[in-house]
Design a binder for this molecule. Structure first.
Ligand code: PLP
Length: 383
């Protein structure tokens, strides 16, 4: 067990390789994969995940901010790897982004002009992806801004490399959004044609995330931005069902992350006593309980109070009482446990498993949310 911390996160290298194969089978060889590692690689750790992905042949990485780009840049081991920022570049990072040839989404005119001025001043090139507003209404260039953008592209060829034209679908993981996405597809294609007709053919055209490559494979174009599938999780249950029905393929995803802690104390409680804070759990009979040094402060949600399950020595055990900031209790009556025994919060133990989606359902969190809430200080270990 890991030193210095009350729990450890294990990253399963073989599962990651399996999931990459799964994604490549879906998208084929001609489509470039941009591996989405925002949110500290969905909680898995950019530091641990990025070099592993590089070993698996991934050479394009997508993050949200320049802050994350700097972390990715620090851990990349291959000069050929490209980093793309899909959102926020803070003013202080503009020079760094340019100097390191970081690709970035252009979604705001003023910001684009600032970057362009800086590129001219430093005699450098910008590596840009025009993000078109097609209906998500989050960020993206509006149709009435296309002309001005086009002029800037035409007048500054020396300073601009048009890496991509892209958009993002507003919820490809649910068929409830089908109509909205159909509209987005049309708007994207008309925006794309506008720039191409003016002579600005991008290297990449891209719209799809994990759900997109399953629900709208016709929109893969020549690059896809895939996050959650890499980590072995489905973007939604609907997408999982759709995959199983449509693709009839045996290969499936394998969860990459496990989270384990250990028992720090074991004791008995008399019948009629309350356990933990308040009165949410009453010991109706005498029982044996054990404490686990993990709480909501590390991402073990408070909503798992009295409902969560963990695995110890291959057995499924119940969380009793409220989850505290740094600890919670489990009932171990009639179970052979000792201080120091491994407690699996997410992952497998013997025949039993607690997967992220089960954990997520219990705590009413999305896969995405649960993973990114895992405390950054927990050591991540690749196995
Ligand atoms: C997060 C994100 C993705 C990846 O989404 P997944 O569902 O994890 O595949 C793709 N594109 C953009 C713009 C994103 O913000």
């Amino acid at each position: 067990m890991i030193i210095n911390h009350s729990s450890t996160i294990e990253i399963d290298r073989n599962a990651l390789a399996n999931n990459l194969k799964f994604i490549r089978n879906l998208i084929g060889e001609k489509v470039q994969l941009s591996s989405v590692i925002k949110g500290n690689a969905y909680g898995h750790g950019i530091k641990q995940i990025l070099p592993e992905l590089e070993l698996l042949g991934v050479n394009h990485f997508a993050v949200y901010s320049s802050f994350e780009a700097k972390i990715a840049h620090q851990y990349t081991t291959k000069p050929a790897s490209k980093i793309m920022v899909m959102g926020d570049i803070s003013a202080k990072d503009q020079e760094w982004v340019i100097k390191n040839k970081i690709e970035f989404f252009v979604f705001n005119l003023k910001h684009f002009k600032d970057m362009l001025a800086l590129a001219k001043k430093t005699e450098s090139k910008l590596y840009i992806h025009l993000e078109l507003e097609t209906g998500m209404n989050r960020h993206g260039l509006l149709e009435n801004q296309y002309e001005e953008i086009e002029n800037l592209l035409a007048q500054n060829k020396k300073y601009i490399c048009l890496k991509g034209i892209c958009t993002h679908f507003a919820g490809a993981e649910s068929s409830a959004n089908f109509k909205r996405i159909e509209t987005q597809k049309k708007r994207f294609s008309s925006g794309l044609n506008y720039f191409i007709e003016k002579g600005h053919e991008p290297q990449y055209k891209h719209t799809s995330c994990s759900a997109g490559i399953i629900a709208y494979p016709e929109c893969n174009h020549n690059l896809v931005r895939v996050g959650i599938l890499q980590y072995g999780l489905w973007p939604s249950q609907e997408i999982e069902l759709m995959y199983n029905a449509d693709f009839k393929k045996k290969n499936t995803l394998k969860s990459v992350l496990s989270w384990r802690s250990k028992i720090v104390d074991v004791k008995t409680v008399k019948a009629g006593e309350f356990v933990g804070y308040g009165n949410s759990f009453l010991a109706e009979t005498a029982m044996k309980i054990a404490s686990v040094p993990i709480g909501y402060g590390y991402g073990f949600s408070r909503s798992l109070s009295n409902t969560g399950r963990v695995l110890v020595n291959g057995k499924r055990l119940s969380v009793i009482g409220t989850v505290n900031m740094n600890m919670f209790l489990i009932e171990v009556t009639n179970i052979d446990v000792e201080i120091g025994d491994t407690v699996t919060l997410i992952g497998k133990d013997g025949e039993q498993a607690i997967n992220v989606s089960y954990f997520g359902d219990l705590s009413e969190q999305l896969n995405y949310e649960l993973l990114t809430r895992l405390d950054k200080s927990i050591p991540r270990q690749v196995i």
